[in-house]
Design a protein around this ligand. Structure first.
Ligand SMILES: [Mg+2]
Length: 291
C-alpha cells in the first residue's frame, strides 16, 4: 500500500480477510472452504496464501471470527494505516464468506481505522442483509461489481441498503447503462465508485462515464505492474494515468485507438486475434455471478 501511495495514487484499496487467520488457532469458528481455490491450484492455506473463495454463499458457511481473530485483522489494518497515514482514502475487499452478524462485528472492530468502504460483505442480491449491515456499522458499505443492468442497483438504492454502489461498466450493461445507474444513485444521494479490471479501451469508457456523473468517487485500476498496458492504445497523451488522475480526452469516440500490433504481441499462447468467446454465452462460466 505504501508503494502504491508513493506512485502518487490518491485512493487505495486492499484485500484482507479470513485467509489471514488460517494459521492462527482460535481465530475462526468453523472452517472456511479453501477447496475451490485449491482445486484450481491458485491458493493453499498451508502456504499462507489462501483465500476463502468458497462457492458456498456467506449465510451458509457457518463461519465466525472470534475476538482473537478480529484483533489480528485490526492489527493488519492498523499497520497499513501506520504505513499510508490517514490522509488518503483506504477501502477494503475480499473478507471471506460469513454471515451478517460476523460482518457487523468486523465492521465495528474496524471503525476506528476510518476505511473508505467495506466491499461485498455479502452477495449483492441480499438487499435486506445489506441494509442490516449498513445500519449496524459506521463505515460505508458498497457492492455492485457483479450486477447486470440498472434494475438491481435501483433495488439496493431505493432500500438504502448500501452507502455506495460500484458497477463494472464492462458487465453492468455498457457506457450508457452505467451512466443511468450513476445518475439514479446521484439523485438519491448515493456515491458511485467504479469496478474495473481490463484494457485501456474499457478504462477510457469508464473515464468518460465517470466524468459525466457528479457522484463518481474512484475508478479501480489493476494494471500498474503491466509495463505494456498503456501501449495497447494510441492517439492519447501518455502516460494516460498520472498521479492518480486521467485527463479526459476531447477527441472523437473514447479518445483512443486500438494498437493492434501490441495487442497481437500479448495474445495468450496459441490464441487467435479476436477469438470467439463462447464461454461467455452460458450464464455460468468460470466465475460466479456474485462476490
Ligand atoms: Mg471487489
Amino acid at each position: 500500500m505504501k508503494a502504491r501511495k508513493d506512485l502518487g495514487l490518491t485512493f487505495l484499496k486492499m484485500d484482507f480477510g479470513v485467509e489471514l487467520l488460517a494459521n492462527t488457532p482460535g481465530a475462526l469458528i468453523g472452517s472456511p472452504n479453501w477447496d475451490f481455490q485449491r482445486q484450481w491450484g491458485l491458493r493453499d492455506p498451508a502456504k499462507g496464501n489462501a483465500r476463502s473463495y468458497s462457492l458456498t454463499q456467506h449465510p451458509f458457511t457457518g463461519l465466525q471470527i472470534t475476538d482473537k481473530g478480529l484483533a489480528v485483522l485490526c492489527d493488519h489494518v492498523s499497520q497499513t494505516r501506520d504505513a499510508v497515514g490517514y490522509d488518503i482514502p483506504l477501502a477494503a475487499d475480499h473478507f471471506g464468506h460469513f454471515d451478517v452478524t460476523t460482518a457487523i462485528r468486523l465492521g465495528n472492530a474496524l471503525e476506528k481505522y476510518q476505511l473508505a468502504w467495506l466491499e461485498d460483505m455479502v452477495p449483492w442480491f441480499y438487499t435486506e442483509k445489506w441494509k442490516q449491515i449498513s445500519d449496524g456499522i459506521n463505515t460505508p458499505t458498497l457492492t455492485g461489481e457483479d450486477i447486470y443492468l440498472k434494475e438491481e442497483f435501483i433495488k439496493l438504492i431505493d432500500a438504502r441498503a448500501v452507502d455506495m454502489i460500484q458497477p463494472d461498466l464492462a458487465s453492468s450493461g455498457g457506457l450508457l447503462e452505467t451512466k443511468k445507474i450513476g445518475d439514479y444513485a446521484e439523485e438519491r444521494g448515493i456515491a458511485m465508485a467504479m469496478h474495473f479490471a481490463g484494457t485501456p479501451i474499457s478504462f477510457m469508457a469508464n473515464i468518460h462515464c465517470a466524468a459525466a456523473t457528479e457522484n463518481f468517487v474512484a475508478l479501480e485500476h489493476h494494471s500498474f505492474d503491466v509495463p505494456w498496458w498503456e501501449d495497447l492504445v494510441t492517439g492519447i497523451d501518455k502516460p494516460i494515468f498520472k498521479e492518480g488522475f486521467v485527463k479526459v480526452p476531447d477527441t472523437p469516440g473514447l479518445g483512443v485507438t486500438l494498437n493492434e500490433k501490441v495487442v497481437k504481441e500479448h495474445l495468450k499462447k496459441g490464441e487467435m486475434y479476436f477469438a470467439p468467446t463462447t464461454e461467455w454465452d452460458a450464464i455460468d462460466s468460470w466465475d460466479r455471478t456474485w462476490s
